[in-house]
Design a protein around this ligand. Structure first.
Ligand code: HEM
Length: 595
């Protein structure tokens, strides 16, 4: 297969973008000292190698007739094959995709004593994570996120067990309660405020989208959009902490043995934990005060405070963390596809006109609501295709094998981290021809394998693979549906979104596949030309959409509380503490066409 350094999906990356991972792949440079990080890492690896040899670590015993999964070839005992660990974010999805071309649809890669199993297809993911879900429902230890797997803080990262079951049941219950009530009307209310902000400051669309997601989920969780600031404050740290591209300790896992007094990661983690707990406990405390005063509006917290049947088994700390940790995940996951929406509209203007024709015909002079959705298949297809085209979680969240298992004659050992490559699964040629294109027609035209009738119901997100598999799959599908359908519908009702022309286009070209390097990723913010579609719509927005102000402050002098969110000096667009920054990719790598 031909090999290129920037295929149809991938961008060209400048030499300035050399990844930090390069140190893991490069030979040790001449003229080094023992204090250089690369030398220290190399030295540590050497000691580990010697220890592993001495104690015979890393030997894998295979039962009779069972084979080891395809792998990279010779590997070091215990350490495995840490060289070549790919760059962050989407590059990892391409990199592991390239390896599938050599090793087949499922292979293993041992790094630092852990067996990682990479899965290329929907079928294998379903065989393991759905048909055998009882064995593949654990989560992995994250070296930088100390104690999160065993703790009672973060639902998506909790190991399987009694505490996880209690949180997840609670999450399902509050979702089941809120969904038929359209999440108590909060998403529609926030949609209007966001239209107003974008009308007034179109060049800050990316910032308004992030704020929108924070305000919407905070309203649903605690009945007060202002708590969204707390979520916006804590997310950058936790998302970086749990990402392979985050702290070094996530790659060099043996560093987690350092005592807290000399471990900057452990010290940082103690601060992160305290801040996150405060961000979850304070809003529930405030919601309680408002509930006691009889003024708390409908929200998830109210269900717990008023002891809705099935919620009473959680104490205050647990309820605060179950609600908080179910909320913070709703910001980047929804914000990512919303960013991808702006990108798709700039790249595919003809499709934008088509979906606007449908919205105009069905909704006329009012904003689309969930009641309109059966009559808006083109809008639903647009939203579904956005989530497929630019995955919010391209490598999903690992499922950990709880016991040894044998799949098609191959051993999947207890403790293996199993990764479904969602990026590849969303591009399987047999299901998604021309997978790298944004092609909403694949959900509307009977000639495509993904087409389903009736169009008043399909496409929808039910069973969509982007939301994961089995008993660890995403409980946020209904909320995502409500948020994305109605906000994207409203944005298309109100605005025309175009790629910039002339000098602007030259100075900041439209990205194709530039995403952030974290486990939940989003397209890099870019310049778009956003104009209201008519003077009548402008009047309607100004009359009917309340001005809720701007959450992000211009400078530190305006800060009143620890939770205020402030743009950094010299920052025109809020960069969310680096979360919106582009992944730094390795320009020396190349990926096969079609990955
Ligand atoms: C486009 C939007 C979203 C996508 C693509 C998405 C994707 C995912 C994926 C891939 C997982 C891991 C599934 C697995 O392990 O197999 C997950 C888990 C989870 N998601 Fe979402 N998600 C989205 C929106 C949301 C929203 C809006 C919420 C909350 C309101 C949410 C809450 C959660 C939680 C709590 C988990 C952890 C479940 C568990 O570990 O058992 N997600 N999501």
């Amino acid at each position: 297969m031909a090999s290129i350094s920037a295929s149809s999906e991938q961008m060209h990356f400048g030499a300035a973008n050399v990844t930090a991972d390069a140190s893991l792949m490069s030979p040790v440079p001449s003229g080094f000292t023992l204090f250089q990080p690369s030398v220290a890492i190399g030295f540590s690896l050497l000691i580990l190698l010697v220890l592993a040899r001495v104690f015979g670590a890393g030997k894998q015993r295979l039962p009779a007739g069972v084979k080891r999964l395809p792998h990279l070839g010779p590997q070091l005992p215990y350490i495995g094959a840490p060289w070549g660990v790919p760059g962050p974010g989407i590059e990892a999805a391409w990199f592991f995709g390239n390896m599938h071309k050599k090793l087949g649809p499922i292979y293993e890669w041992k790094v630092m004593g852990t067996i990682h199993i990479w899965i290329e297809t929907d079928k294998i993911s379903r065989d393991l994570f759905v048909s055998r879900q009882r064995n593949y429902c654990d989560r992995n230890e994250l070296p930088a996120a100390i104690g999160v797997r065993e703790g009672s803080e973060v639902l998506p990262l909790m190991g399987f067990g009694e505490q996880f079951r209690r949180y997840k049941n609670f999450m399902h219950l509050i979702m089941r309660h809120a969904h038929p009530r359209m999440f108590y009307g909060w998403p529609m209310a926030e949609n209007k405020k966001t239209l107003r902000r974008i009308l007034e400051q179109p060049d800050r669309w990316s910032e308004h989208i992030i704020v929108h997601c924070g305000r919407t989920i905070a309203s649903i969780a605690w009945g007060d959009a202002d708590h969204g600031k707390k979520l916006l404050t804590i997310i950058p740290t936790i998302l970086k902490t749990v990402s392979p591209a985050g702290p070094l300790i996530n790659k060099l896992t043996f560093l987690s043995n350092l005592p807290e007094s000399v471990s900057p990661w452990k010290q940082q983690e103690a601060i992160r934990k305290k801040e996150m707990s405060d961000a979850f406990m304070e809003p529930l405390q405030e919601a309680k005060a408002r509930n006691d005063a009889g003024i708390l509006e409908d929200c998830w917290s109210k269900l717990w405070l008023e002891k809705e049947k099935g919620t009473e088994h959680l104490d205050f700390y647990e309820a605060a963390h179950a609600i908080g940790s179910s909320s913070f995940v709703a910001i980047a996951t929804v914000g990512g596809p919303l960013h991808a929406f702006f990108l798709a509209m700039c790249h595919y203007p003809a499709w934008q006109r088509k979906v606007q024709e449908e919205i105009d015909r069905v909704c006329g002079d009012r904003l689309p609501s969930m009641d309109d959705m059966p009559k808006l298949p083109v809008l639903r297809a647009t939203v579904k295709e956005i989530v497929r085209w630019r995955q919010a979680t391209p490598l999903g969240v690992p499922h950990v094998a709880m016991e040894d298992d044998v799949y098609e004659g191959y051993l999947i050992p207890k403790g293996a981290f199993c990764h479904a490559n969602h990026y590849l699964i969303s591009r399987e040629e047999s299901m998604y021809p021309r997978g790298e294109e944004f092609l909403p027609d694949r959900w509307l035209d009977p000639s495509y394998p993904t087409y389903k009738e009736p169009l008043s119901e399909f496409p929808n997100f039910s069973g969509d693979r982007a939301f994961g598999y089995g008993n660890r799959s995403c409980p946020g599908i209904d909320l995502t549906t409500c948020e994305l359908y109605t906000l994207i519908g409203s944005l298309l009702w109100a605005f025309e979104i175009k790629r910039p022309e002339g000098r602007d286009a030259h100075d900041s070209p439209l990205p194709w596949y530039e995403t952030a390097p974290w486990v939940i990723t989003m397209p890099k913010p870019f310049k778009a030309d956003i104009r209201v579609r008519s003077e009548e719509k402008r009047r309607q927005i100004l009359n009917d959409c309340p001005d809720a102000g701007y959450t992000i402050m211009d400078n530190e002098s305006e800060r009143k509380t620890r939770w205020d969110v402030v743009r950094q000096p010299g920052e025109h667009l809020y960069r969310w503490d680096g979360l919106t920054e582009q992944a730094v990719l390795d320009p020396s790598r190349s990926y096969a066409v079609g990955i």
